[in-house]
Design a protein around this ligand. Structure first.
Ligand code: G1P
Ligand code: ZN
Length: 544
């Protein structure tokens, strides 16, 4: 084996964010940048020598080059075997599935999720641990500490591996196995859902669906599942070929960026069901005919109907949602008599709850839903879950949602994002808000009175670890909330996210436009934080 030890110096900006290390492609292309981070992963973990690692990405620009580098570094660092997705493709949920199935010590997913790709776009590296989930904070902190002191990395001098042909080759002493990107994941889905019934629904000649893969990683998965296995007509999957720049789009499944799908579902002769997924396949958006299901409501519906689905027939042990996610799932948990956990933003906080069997379903308002079947959120899993419920209940999406609101009340919800805000201004806004926290309680704004206000802090009920400063919450006496936090995934300036929620028990008032029903809270959010003045922006960049 021709192992080279290369001298390097630290980059001081390699602190992993909400979901791995994300930077512009041009940053990752700097000499030694990727290598330093990968070596820091190996330096910070133990007992991986001779063991199996999983590797793949969402197919974005620089995916293939990065995979070749990582394979050679894995070989030089003593990894026993790497299973890599064919053509470098493995969705985030599929990676989690494969890590668990083959007892790997961990895996690396190359993705910047929903951020745009291409030479001028973003790239990212996420490290997942043996349970298949994102590395928890203690691991990402250890990696970050290593990036600050790194002075050398190891890489094998070898030619590139053929990533497009299934099968096994050797890289030095390490086995490289190019695996089918879809097969293991598809098998897991078949074990959870009633494919027979879903196939009946999709082939009954009445029900029509359409799924937008946004030229990102889920294309091959969606073709294999919905068109080949479940019998939906070809053409059901839109934008199903992964492209390095996602066709110039922003692979974020929301009403703004998934406009192809939105046009179809809100157009003439719209199909019954629509869904979209993001760059690396862990997010989902669910639409009915001319109807949008908020991600928070989606989690609540899945929880309320879980026992209709074979994989969840025995019920749920608990539900977990991120703090900014609406409280709709809490109402279902209360009805079911199970716990509902409120965690900081980011999927890594769900791992311990799932491992300890305290929660079965998890979700985030940011179009993420998942369960204990893996340790990541899972876009196509959510689509199959919805289809399974619809196949059993034989109801349109809108009717299902309305009946849910009738029973539990409706949590009106919206998120306002201010993107690419000057970082200093954004930090000033947050510190000014933080300074107000002690004085807000009891204050009145129009019809609203502040019941509590804090900077959210979370103590993990399993390992006792504490995560502080996870977002500023202002709760009102009627259950409404405003939450402010800065994004941990953006790469340009800062992104301010404002989350707004109110509760309406009266079903005669369930027909409002959320922006209207939340108008007063939106105005209060601006007044308290001086958003327009401090950001210099007169309206949000994206409203979901
Ligand atoms: C965003 C979402 C968060 C999600 C993360 C990774 O993080 O808000 O819910 O877990 O992307 O997909 P943020 O940019 O807000 O830190
Ligand atoms: Zn993602």
């Amino acid at each position: 084996m021709d192992i080279k030890t290369v001298a390097t110096t630290p980059f001081l900006d390699q602190k992993p964010g909400t979901s791995g290390l994300r930077k512009l492609v041009s940053v990752f292309q700097k000499p030694h940048y990727l290598e330093n981070f990968i070596q820091s992963i190996f330096n910070s973990i133990e007992n991986y020598q001779g063991q199996t690692m999983i590797l793949g990405g969402d197919g974005r620009y620089y995916n293939r080059q990065a995979i070749q580098i990582i394979l050679k570094m894995a070989a030089a660092n003593g990894v026993g075997r790497v299973k890599v997705g064919r053509s470098g493709i493995l969705s985030t949920p599929a990676t989690s599935c494969v890590i668990r199935k083959y007892d790997a010590f961990g895996g690396i997913v190359l993705s910047a999720s929903h951020n745009p790709g291409g030479p001028d776009g973003d790239f990212g590296v996420k490290y997942n641990i043996a349970n298949g989930g994102p590395a928890p904070e203690k691991v990402t902190t250890a990696i970050y500490e290593c990036t600050k002191v790194i002075d050398q990395y190891k890489i094998l001098a070898a030619s590139d591996v053929d990533l497009d042909t299934l099968g096994e080759t050797k890289l030095g002493d390490m086995a490289v196995e190019v695996i089918d990107s879809v097969a293991d994941y598809k098998e897991l889905m078949e074990s959870l859902f009633d494919f027979y019934r879903i196939r009946e629904l999709l082939t009954d000649g009445k029900f029509r669906m359409c799924i937008d893969s946004m030229h990102a990683v889920t294309g091959p998965y969606a073709h294999a599942l919905f068109e080949e296995r479940l019998g939906a007509p070809s053409g059901t999957v839109l934008n199903g070929t992964p492209l390095e720049d996602f066709g110039g789009g922003h692979p974020d499944p929301n009403l703004v960026y998934a406009h192809d799908l939105v046009e179809v579902l809100f157009g003439e002769d719209a199909p019954d069901f629509g869904a979209a997924s993001d760059g690396d396949g862990d997010r989902n958006m669910i639409l009915g005919r001319r109807f949008f299901v908020t991600p928070s409501d989606s989690l609540a519906v899945l929880a309320a109907n879980a026992t209709l689905v074979p994989g969840y027939r025995d019920g749920l042990t608990g539900i977990a949602r991120s703090m900014p996610t609406s409280q709709a799932p809490d109402r279902v948990a209360a009805e079911l008599g199970i716990d509902c956990y409120e965690t900081p933003t980011g999927w890594k906080f769900f791992g311990n709850l799932l491992d300890a069997d305290k929660a079965t379903l998890c979700g985030e308002e940011s179009f993420g839903t998942g369960s204990n079947h893996i340790r990541e959120k899972d876009g196509l899993w959510a689509v199959l879950f919805w289809l399974n419920i619809l196949a059993v209940k034989q109801q349109p999406v809108e009717q299902l949602m309305r009946e849910h609101w009738q029973k539990y009340g409706r949590n009106y919800y919206s998120r306002h994002d201010y993107e690419a805000v000057d970082s200093d201004r954004a930090n000033e806004l947050i510190s000014k808000l933080r300074a107000q926290i002690p004085d807000l309680q009891g204050k009145k704004f129009g019809n609203y009175e502040v019941e509590y206000s804090d900077d959210f802090s979370y103590t993990d009920p399993v390992d006792g670890s504490v995560s502080q400063n996870q977002g500023i919450r202002i709760g009102f006496t009627d259950g409404s909330r405003i939450v402010y936090r800065l994004s941990g995934t953006g790469t340009q300036g800062a992104t301010l996210r404002i989350y707004l929620e109110s509760y309406e028990p009266d079903s005669s008032k369930h027909d409002l436009d959320p922006q209207q029903s939340l108008a007063e809270l939106i105005a209060i959010a601006d007044e308290v934080a001086q958003v327009r003045t401090l950001t210099g922006m007169d309206k949000p960049t994206v409203i979901t």
